[in-house]
Design a protein around this ligand. Structure first.
Ligand SMILES: [Fe+2]
Ligand SMILES: [Fe+2]
Length: 190
């Protein structure tokens, strides 16, 4: 289902596994930002008819945020500051102006973020099975939901303009492939 042109770099999983407390804090922020992004895109005229669906996604992301916060609390990990993600910043910086273009690009970026989360949560669920069953199950439980968000945002973009979405997806998949290869030592998911 996922269309990515570049694999998650081989050093990503060891980096994340070695920094789990910091990564969980980053994950909490990621869910918080996913909730606010779903609400933010309700400003686009082309998405006025999708407001209720977007509210439902925002609620779901807020529930994910709360689940990560509960996990942090159980583990005695303090909630802290977010690290900006160069990968997310790189995608978002390429959103064009012009209301319809902006809506399509924004939806594609959000779709790619959800898609990469879905993919990475699967890797984490698999890798954590041997060492941390609670966390493995937690990541496995999020995979389907983030995969659905990936598909929903992509379909929303296509419903606005299918050929423009395909053209821009081509651009964004190349950009994702380029950005994901950039080395990063930050203890973050993306
Ligand atoms: Fe989520
Ligand atoms: Fe999501």
């Amino acid at each position: 289902m996922l269309l990515f042109r570049e694999k998650v770099p081989a050093d990503w999983l060891p980096k994340v596994m070695a920094n789990l407390p910091a990564v969980l804090v980053d994950h909490a922020h990621l869910e918080r930002k996913a909730a606010t992004s779903a609400l933010n895109i309700e400003k686009y005229r082309d998405l006025y008819s999708r407001v209720e669906e977007l509210n439902a996604i925002a609620i779901e992301e807020l529930q994910h945020f709360q689940l990560v916060l509960d996990l942090l609390k159980r583990r005695g990990i303090p909630f802290g500051q977010p690290h900006p993600s160069p990968w997310i910043r790189g995608l978002m910086q390429s959103i064009r102006n012009g209301e319809r273009f902006q809506a399509i690009d924004h939806l594609i970026c959000m779709s790619l973020i959800e898609g990469r989360s879905c993919e990475k949560f699967q890797f984490l669920a698999e890798a954590l099975k041997a060492t941390d069953v609670e966390l493995a199950n937690f990541y496995a439980s999020l995979v389907e939901s983030e995969g659905n968000h990936y598909a929903t945002y992509l379909l929303m973009a296509k419903a606005i303009d299918e050929s423009e979405t395909e053209r821009r997806m081509d651009f964004y998949l190349d950009l994702d492939a380029k950005l994901i290869r950039q080395p990063s030592a930050l203890p973050i998911l993306h």
